[in-house]
Ligand binder design. Structure first.
Ligand code: PLP
Length: 367
């Protein structure tokens, strides 16, 4: 049986990409905010319905440098139910992550638990629109206002989604996106930060280029996090097709739901609460008591049939080896339970019905 991988990158045709990059052989401008960088910036601002976007080398750099650009200190409230990047961006800035639990229904930060975690050292909240599920933005904004905190959204999973008619990029002081090859929209590697305050943009553009302000002035301890022209050109091509890709993902979701709805012990994703879901992930939470198999067994069964899923997000970031003795998952019991039970099924635009059925059959077999 052929391998089914958890994801498969979207790509334009080779000829479309070659056409897009051909001018680079004339200009010899391969990086440092060239033609394609500017073109993609403008096109993404339109697609994401935001006026202030800076492209970076990857989503992690967007997050790490946004924290630096905001000048955060002390403690940042976040969730452990996320990709390593979210927590590492805080720690690599010399800040302390404070882990808040998540909701059992959509896995975003549990806003009723944020206030108790605020101390006089707290400077920001860093929630995640996990699997494209939008956080309780109003509640987060209220508590941030009350305590004078900044808000940075890790919007890596919510490309192109909106909330109350506005682009998701419009919320928080900063929202960051990832354009990694495995994401709904990719630039091979890449990412972006969206922000309201133009000063943050100026700071980001400086920090992503070694802190260079002008030819003779370096006034920030920056790094190198610029998106190159080949990545930007890939983005320009992929953006032409992203709506079609999302429609195809929707079809995949519909077939999964057809096959798996109503099965006892399976909690399926609920896209109906998202205004325009991008269908990036298909997370299933398995309750062994009703389903008859636990998550690890399902993972192994599928793997034995050459179907590759992800225990995404397991382990929780607050249980990583590199944080042993510092943080643990006791304070985030809901996240702990979900991370033991969740599995992300193969999910990409070109996943065909026969393959979806193969995944569903393997999942349901042997209970
Ligand atoms: C992918 C991802 C990132 C990091 O993005 P990269 O572009 O891979 O650096 C950050 N947060 C979340 C939730 C992600 O899924």
């Amino acid at each position: 049986m052929e391998k089914i991988l958890v994801t498969r990158s979207s790509m334009p045709t080779l000829s479309e990409y070659m056409e897009e990059i051909s001018d680079i052989w004339d200009s010899r401008w391969m990086t440092n905010m060239g033609y394609h960088y500017k073109k993609l910036t403008e096109e993404l601002e339109e697609y994401l319905k935001t006026e202030n976007l800076t492209l970076l080398v990857n989503g992690h750099a967007a997050l790490e440098l946004s924290i630096q650009a905001l000048g955060l200190k002390g403690e940042v409230i976040t969730t452990p139910f996320t990709f390593a990047s979210t927590t590492h961006a805080i720690v690599r800035n010399g800040l302390e992550p404070v882990f808040c639990d998540i909701n059992a229904d959509d896995y975003t930060i549990d806003v009723t638990k944020i206030e108790k975690l605020i101390t006089d050292k707290t400077t920001a909240i860093l929630p995640v629109h996990v699997y494209g599920n939008i956080c309780d933005i109003e509640a987060i904004s209220d508590v941030a206002k009350k305590y004078g905190l900044k808000v940075i959204y890790d919007a890596a999973h919510s490309f192109g989604e909106s909330y109350k008619g506005k682009g998701i990029a419009e919320y928080g002081d900063v929202s960051i996106f990832s354009f990694h090859a495995t994401k709904v929209f990719n630039t091979i590697e890449g990412g972006a930060a969206a922000y309201k305050d133009a000063n943050i943009g100026a700071e980001l553009r400086k920090l992503m280029n070694f802190g260079i302000k002008d030819e003779e002035r370096i006034d920030g301890v920056g790094c190198n996090a610029k998106m190159n022209e080949f990545s930007a050109a890939m983005g320009v091509c992929n953006l032409r097709h992203v709506s079609v890709e999302i429609d195809k993902r929707k079809k995949v979701v519909e077939r999964y739901l057809e096959r798996l709805s109503g099965i006892k012990g399976l909690k399926l994703p609920n896209y109906s609460r998202i205004e325009n879901p991008n269908y990036g992930y298909f997370p299933v939470v398995i309750d062994e008591r009703y389903f008859g198999k636990n998550r690890n067994k399902v993972f192994d069964d599928l793997k034995n049939k050459n179907i590759y899923t992800r225990k995404y997000f397991y382990p929780l970031t607050n249980t990583f080896e590199c944080f042993r003795g510092k943080y643990n998952s006791k304070s985030t019991p809901v996240a702990e339970q979900i991370s033991q039970r969740v599995i992300c099924l193969p999910m990409y635009a070109d996943l065909n019905e026969a393959d979806i059925d193969r995944v569903a059959n393997a999942l349901l077999e042997g209970r």
